[in-house]
Design a protein. Structure first.
Length: 379
């Protein structure tokens, strides 16, 4: 029995359905691939994390090594010199920072309940002097104040547990210590064998010489370029943020200035995370310490000034527009990265991976009409 051919409308609906099914299957495969990649990264984190740290350090130190090598010096001797100089700077920094950091951390843990109680009292007194009305004051004293005080009292232990969970989920302590001990060795060989790696890494792609292998090599090179730009740039930006915040807190006279500033700088490796997390405890400490509104405003001003300096001076000078992502895209990428890949590491990897995905989309999807592949990549 012969069926009549479909009408144009029926054919259109049919092909739309097939296209939607194909997209659903493709998205499912991509999601499955992402889940599998996250699972593999979690299982191999004790091996991959030291390699990732070593690669980031090699990205940062490589321009210094290239600079001195360009002066006619042996690359091996330059690497030894850079190692010695970096070690000296690190030891000097630790000798200045670590004693005060340890003292401030111990003092904060010891006095945290007292600070929480003082903050609760000051908020209650402020409500009593304000025009919010008796109902708002009663609500704070009966419910909100107790909840706020309990939350603050648990904030530091919970933050410590979170930091510990990030370390323990990455690897066992034994594996992590062994891996971190190998980081200097990895960095040394990454720097020493840089030219050899650049020349020969394509030979390790498990494909015979073909246009497909060349295309995969091109894509991996583009992704590596994104990683280099972000790793070099964001670490330096985070370092600058930590220095500026610490200096600003010291000028304001805030207690625990070094602790809060360095913590904010470390977390700033993930864009916007350090500022967002550290602003609340810094303002709360200013309220408790000075019992006025001027110093909390000054603390907020330090954060705002840091963001302005970063946005208009540091980031354009260090990173520029080479990553090429809108701030909203960066924030969404960080949220997705911390959700899918897990924790701080996921947030760190989210930006370069998103930049790499943007590169691939410009090469294969968002091509300009009549543009060559390299032009599409550079768009």
């Amino acid at each position: 029995m012969d069926f009549p051919p479909p009408s144009p409308k029926q054919a259109k609906i049919f092909w739309l359905s097939v296209t939607a099914l194909a997209w659903a299957v493709m998205l499912g495969l991509v999601g499955l691939l992402a889940w599998g990649g996250a699972f593999v990264l979690d299982r191999l984190s004790s091996v991959l994390m030291p390699l990732a740290i070593a690669a980031i350090l090699a990205y940062i130190l490589d321009p210094v090594v290239d600079f001195f090598e360009g002066k006619g010096l042996s690359r091996f001797r330059v690497i030894i010199f850079v190692y010695c100089l970096s070690t000296l700077l690190l030891l000097t920094f630790l000798a200045w920072v670590m004693p005060r950091l340890v003292v401030e951390t111990g003092d904060l843990v010891q006095n945290l309940p007292k600070y929480v109680a003082q903050l609760n009292t000051k908020i209650r007194d402020w409500l009593a002097q304000s025009h919010l009305g008796a109902q708002a004051r009663q609500m704070w004293e009966s419910q909100a104040g107790a909840s706020f005080q309990k939350w603050l009292a648990q904030a530091l232990p919970e933050a410590s547990k979170w930091m510990l969970s990030q370390a323990t989920r990455a690897a066992s302590w034994a594996g992590l210590i062994v891996g971190l001990a190998l980081v200097p060795v990895y960095v040394f060989y990454f720097l020493l064998e840089k030219n050899s790696i650049i020349r020969q890494w394509k030979a390790y792609i498990p494909l015979r010489d073909s246009p497909l292998k060349d295309e995969i090599a091109f894509v991996m090179t583009a992704i590596n370029d994104c990683l280099i730009v972000f790793c070099r740039g964001q670490v330096l930006v985070a370092l600058c943020d930590g220095v500026i915040l610490t200096a600003g807190f010291l000028l304001v006279g805030l207690n625990y200035a070094v602790l809060i500033g360095l913590a904010a700088g470390f977390l700033s490796i993930v864009p916007y995370l350090g500022i967002t997390i550290s602003v609340i405890p810094a303002v709360a400490l200013a309220i408790v310490q000075y019992a006025d509104w001027l110093h909390p405003v000054l603390v907020v001003g330090v954060f705002i000034a840091t963001q302005l300096i970063e946005g208009f001076l540091i980031t354009p000078k260090i990173i520029g527009d080479r990553v090429g992502m809108h701030p909203l895209t960066v924030m969404v990428a960080v949220i997705v990265g911390t959700t899918l890949l897990g924790g701080l590491i996921g947030g760190v990897l989210a930006i370069p991976l998103t930049a790499a995905l943007r590169t691939l989309m410009f090469r294969y999807v968002w091509k300009k009409p009549g543009a060559a592949p390299d032009e599409a990549l550079a768009a």
